[in-house]
Design a protein. Structure first.
Lengths: 256, 264
């Protein structure tokens, strides 16, 4: 089910989903209060909601969010520049494309995130490690989708360019790149999702940086409401990010 | 005539494949030579880029180490358990959401948007719920693979030919028979695709959890190599792991007939 399909339709399913979620939260609250669920393992949902204020004032969650956002943005800029450039290179040099395309696809399915101890040795426990890990994880989809977008440019558009006797550079700027842009953005969206997942994940694992480190800190202090609250915040940020990216992608997609 | 056509086509494909192979060999050689030169140059700290000989030796030592296979077995068992639990629950949820328009629209958005969130952040919670042993690693595998499998199955359910469902109902098949005889065979490809995606993320979830807090498994060995600064061993483990992960991914896709689907 695509996101567009998910969002269409009557309000009843949305109310059912939201209502079930609220009933579930209230049920958990009651089960903890009567002692069925151990409150030293699962904190009261009301405590989690109350912890948000503390996360903002004492833990500077928005400052940490800015740091994570900066790391994800840096890695995102890198994957956009390098990924699109490699995609264009592979489109131009067909032999290189035939040789490398399957390798890049294999790299996309490889667990590259496990290379983080290696990156720790090379770049140290710093933002560079986090940005580079985000870059490595997000690069393959951008290359593959750039290549796909350029290759699928409609013949008639290329013929229009030829009939206007466009040079190779003009052909690329006026015809190929605009036609491939929606597909390139699909790759960029996927790449940025992988980048964000890796940035937060590596922050948590190497205990450095923004939101990931905050979750690690709070859990090590055994601040249960704070840990659950910070996890909810990361989920909220991720979901808002995905929705925004989807909206931009739909805006870029040509009308069918 | 047909035979001659086939021979010509084969010859053309072979002629086209030859330069591709040459380019691939050239790229590999450039990378290997570049690596060796970097290793010998001393530009980076010692052993950050070990020589190819050292890495090769480390791979041989690793593959002849019985302890490695025991840890590989631990990780494989954790991934298999995570995939089994997450896969079955994802399958059931996918069938329910894909089979009902109302439930699909009510709950699928939550699965759709929760799917790509970073799962490793749930690890502290999983430790509290399931302890520091294998339980928390299996749980990480479960929450990693549940989402892609549930979404693939739900999408697969909606693509089933309605005629097949009517055939099942006209035979008065019960719910179990409908799942086993109609739904699963009809949506074999989306299910296998979901399992393939699920396997990849379950592997990452389990191994990352092992690197964070564990005393067994491949993730633990990789992190141990980092703490001991045994770089050739770390490279060797990453190489072997990548080969296993890409191989497992290809095998699952091949078993599910995805290669024929792609070709068609």
């Amino acid at each position: 089910m695509s996101a567009a399909t998910l969002q269409r339709g009557s309000i009843a399913p949305a109310l059912l989903g939201l209502g079930t979620l609220l009933v579930f939260i209230v049920l958990v609250e009651m089960l903890i209060r009567v002692g069925v669920i151990n409150r030293y393992i699962v904190p009261l949902p009301s405590q989690i909601v109350m912890s948000f204020g503390r996360l903002v004032t004492e833990e500077d969650i928005f400052g940490r969010f800015r740091l994570t956002f900066f790391e994800a943005l840096s890695a995102g800029a890198l994957i956009a520049v390098v990924g699109v450039a490699i995609g264009i290179l592979l489109y131009r040099v067909n032999l290189l494309r035939l040789a490398c395309e399957t390798w890049i696809a294999a790299l996309a399915s490889a667990p590259t995130v496990l290379m983080y101890p290696l990156f720790l040795v090379i770049f140290g426990r710093s933002a560079a490690t986090i940005i580079m890990m985000g870059f490595v994880a997000g690069l393959p989809p951008v290359i593959l989708k750039t290549l796909e977008g350029l290759s699928q440019t409609r013949r008639v558009l290329i013929n229009v360019g030829r009939s206007f006797k466009l040079g190779p550079m003009q052909m690329f700027i006026k015809i190929l790149f605009p036609a491939a842009l929606p597909t390139i953005f699909v790759g960029l969206r996927l790449g940025l999702i992988f980048t964000l997942i890796n940035v937060v994940g590596i922050e948590f694992l190497i205990q450095f940086g923004g939101l990931g480190q905050l979750i690690n800190d709070l859990s090590e202090r055994y601040d249960l409401p704070g840990t659950y609250g910070a996890i909810c915040f990361v989920i909220l940020v991720s979901v808002l990010f995905f929705i925004t990216m989807e909206r931009v992608e739909r805006w870029l997609r040509p009308a069918e | 005539m047909v035979e001659a056509g086939r021979i010509t086509q084969g010859a053309v494909l072979q002629a086209r494949a030859q330069p591709v192979t040459q380019v691939r060999v050239a790229i590999i050689l450039v990378i290997l030579v570049g690596w060796e030169l970097l290793a010998q140059s001393g530009l980076l700290y010692r052993d950050v880029v070990p020589s190819l000989g050292k890495i090769g030796m480390a791979v041989v030592t690793l593959l002849s180490d019985r302890d490695y296979y025991w840890n590989l077995g631990v990780t494989a068992a954790e991934i298999a358990a995570g995939l089994a639990i997450g896969g079955i629950s994802g399958l059931l949820v996918g069938i329910v959401l894909g089979g009902s328009r109302l439930l699909g629209r009510a709950f699928e958005p939550y699965i759709y948007y929760l799917g790509p969130t970073p799962k490793i952040i749930f690890f502290p919670v999983m430790i509290m719920w399931f302890g520091v042993g294998s339980g928390s690693k299996i749980a990480m595998g479960v929450i990693s693979c549940f989402f892609p499998i549930a979404l693939s199955v739900a999408a697969g359910m909606r693509q089933i030919d309605k005629v097949l469902i009517r055939v099942g109902r006209s035979f008065r098949a019960n719910a179990w028979q409908m799942v086993m005889k109609i739904y699963l065979p009809a949506m074999r490809h989306p299910v296998i695709n979901g399992v393939r995606l699920g396997l990849g993320v379950a592997l990452i979830g389990t191994l990352l959890a092992e690197t964070r807090l564990s005393n067994q498994g491949i993730g633990f060995l990789i992190y141990q190599a980092y703490t001991l600064f045994d770089m050739p061993r770390m490279y060797a483990m990453l190489i072997v792991l990548f080969v296993i992960a890409i191989g497992a991914n290809a095998i699952v896709g091949w078993l599910g007939g995805l290669h024929t689907l792609q070709r068609n």
